[in-house]
Design a protein around this ligand. Structure first.
Ligand code: 173
Length: 317
């Protein structure tokens, strides 16, 4: 009896000592060597330093710890508490997730114009998630190719996609195949695909520049990577913990203008690596850019007839 009591006391001891401190398990859908995750580390360190005894973020890992397309569901169910991911990776939970790529106004504006309230209404209701902050903004997506094109006609090309690019590339005639970022290099190397969609930044993180000959300009949409959290864990935080978490998350979000410099540098490096740009005449470029939004909003509204139009209103310029 005594021994059982002792064992119980020992088992409870760590809980009692750290009664105030909540640890949140964090995963990333992007690899640990990417700029996206590199930016996250100082954020976690700053928060943990200030949050001692109160709140602690425990970074578990990237795609080696959890496949990118499973991260959203892990947050929904509470297998993990917080994730760095993008909406395209959790459209299995709700189609609206992918609409964050369609924002033409900044996160700061969306916090003011009701955009974030709408996002959280949908994220709470449909995904059991609290949307915390956007950590990439001001970053277009592009089509990268191993073969040239001369007009925005992708007939005969097989392209690596995620939900971000699916409807647009298909509308231009491409055949598509979805892969996680970790499979792109091999797909290019084996000639399984003739190109891929990806933001203007980051192709050097995974060595794709070695297998990329062309970038199609202009870019389109607005690459989104965000911090999301399990809603039950969010509700279980006390006011001080929430304040701490949100102050740090918003500070990170407010640093998003830094992506403009990263992007300019990646454009320079792509040129230096011999990646040629494919451009269209002004009217065709305008058509290509507008077609991207037209196709995506049509799909978004079809998939979500109530929230789609509300998002279009608040997200568009
Ligand atoms: O291409 C992708 O894997 C993708 O959807 C994405 C989204 C945001 C940032 C980087 C990639």
């Amino acid at each position: 009896m005594k021994r059982i009591a002792l064992a119980a006391a020992l088992a409870l001891a760590p809980l009692a000592v750290h009664a105030q401190e909540t640890t949140l398990r964090v995963v990333s859908a992007f690899a640990e060597n990417t700029q996206y995750v590199k930016n996250l580390m100082p954020f976690i360190e700053r928060l943990n330093a200030e949050g001692k005894g109160q709140l602690r973020l425990n970074f578990i890992g990237g795609p080696k710890a959890m496949p990118p397309f499973e991260v959203g569901n892990a947050v929904r169910t509470g297998v993990v508490d917080v994730a760095l991911t993008t909406g395209a990776f959790y459209t299995n939970i709700m189609p609206e997730a992918d609409n964050l790529k369609l924002t033409q106004v900044s996160a700061q504006e969306l916090r003011k114009n009701g955009g974030y309230d709408l996002i959280n209404r949908v994220w709470n209701e449909k995904a059991n998630m609290q949307y915390l902050a956007r950590v990439i903004d001001y970053t277009p997506f592009h089509l990268y190719l191993t073969k040239p094109i001369h007009k925005p006609d992708l007939t005969g090309l097989k392209l690596r996609i995620t939900p971000v690019y699916r409807d647009f590339f298909q509308a231009l005639g491409a055949t598509v195949v979805q892969t996680a970022p970790g499979e792109v290099y091999t797909a290019l190397e084996r000639g399984v695909v003739d190109g891929y969609g990806w933001p203007i930044n980051g192709i050097f993180d995974l060595n794709w520049h070695e297998r990329t000959r062309y970038r199609v300009d202009p870019g389109f949409y607005n690459a989104e990577v965000s911090l999301i959290m399990n809603l039950d864990r969010w509700k279980a935080l006390n006011a001080k913990q929430r304040e701490l978490l949100m102050r740090h998350a918003i500070a990170l979000e407010n640093g998003n203008e830094a992506w403009k410099k990263v992007n300019a540098e990646d454009i320079r490096r792509q040129k230096e690596a011999g990646i040629q740009t494919i451009t269209f005449d002004a009217a065709t470029a305008k058509w290509y850019y507008e077609r991207a939004y037209e196709v995506a909003w049509a799909a978004a509204i079809k998939a979500s007839p109530i929230y789609g139009p509300q998002m279009k209103e608040l997200f568009s310029r």
